[in-house]
Design a protein around this ligand. Structure first.
Ligand code: SAH
Ligand code: MG
Length: 204
């Protein structure tokens, strides 16, 4: 399947604006480091299409890590809840079936590898250096900082770090993604690009 058709197959469900998705795709295309890509937080597969399309073009894999039970804001009673994503057998959110369908529709089953589990324990046994890390998992204080601490050491020296939902003004959104972005700058990453709430960083 060609790039145009893949990106057109992008899932309707998802919180990523198109300009930010296209920025994911373009930056992923420019990665020079060796190794696979990994995203934390896949939900219904929207960001995985943009990153996976670039990965497929370069013969890389994209590991798409999510427990598929949703973040806090996806649960019943919260702003980003979608009742059609609740599994009646368990009463819990389950985005894995929609995610699989999204990846199938995009022709990316050979490229996007789902890792169904919790971010921190998966990181604990992860050894392969990553050429690109996209952090878009839990946005609470602890999950965001845990993801930053667990996964940034896995990034290759010249790899790209992307962080989503960075809102410097608290009026625009929660602060933990912004806090880990500030940590990254403090830890010697430099900013390569800003598109909406997406930040693209690389080690200096
Ligand atoms: N990147 C997606 C949106 C991700 S939404 C897109 O742009 O299309 C955030 C996702 O993070 C949710 O699906 C939730 O299940 C997942 N998540 C939250 N905390 C997690 C954790 N600790 N481990 C694994 N996945 C987690
Ligand atoms: Mg996001």
């Amino acid at each position: 399947m060609d790039t145009e058709r893949r990106i057109a197959a992008e899932a309707a469900q998802g919180f990523m604006p198109r300009d930010e998705g296209l920025a994911l795709y373009h930056h992923a295309q420019s990665v020079r480091a060796d190794g696979p890509f990994l995203e934390i937080g896949s939900y219904c597969g929207k960001s995985a299409i943009y990153l996976g399309t670039a990965a497929a073009e370069q013969g890389r894999l994209l590991y798409a890590l999510d427990h598929h039970r949703g973040s806090e804001e996806n649960q019943a009673g919260w702003e980003h809840h979608d009742a059609s994503l609740v599994d009646p057998a368990t009463g819990l959110m389950d985005t894995l079936p929609v995610f699989r369908q999204t990846i199938f529709n995009a022709g990316l089953e050979g490229t996007v590898v789902a890792l169904v589990g919790h971010s921190v324990p998966v990181a604990a046994s992860w050894q392969t250096p990553l050429s690109l890390l996209f952090i878009d998992g839990g946005h609470g204080e602890k999950p965001a900082h845990d993801d930053y601490e667990s996964w940034t050491p896995k990034l290759a020296g010249d790899g790209l770090l992307l962080i989503h939902d960075v809102f410097p003004d608290p009026a625009d959104g929660g602060q933990p993604p912004y806090e880990i972005y500030l940590r990254a700058l403090d830890d010697g990453f430099v900013e390569v690009d800003v598109v909406g709430s997406l930040r693209v960083l690389q080690r200096a």
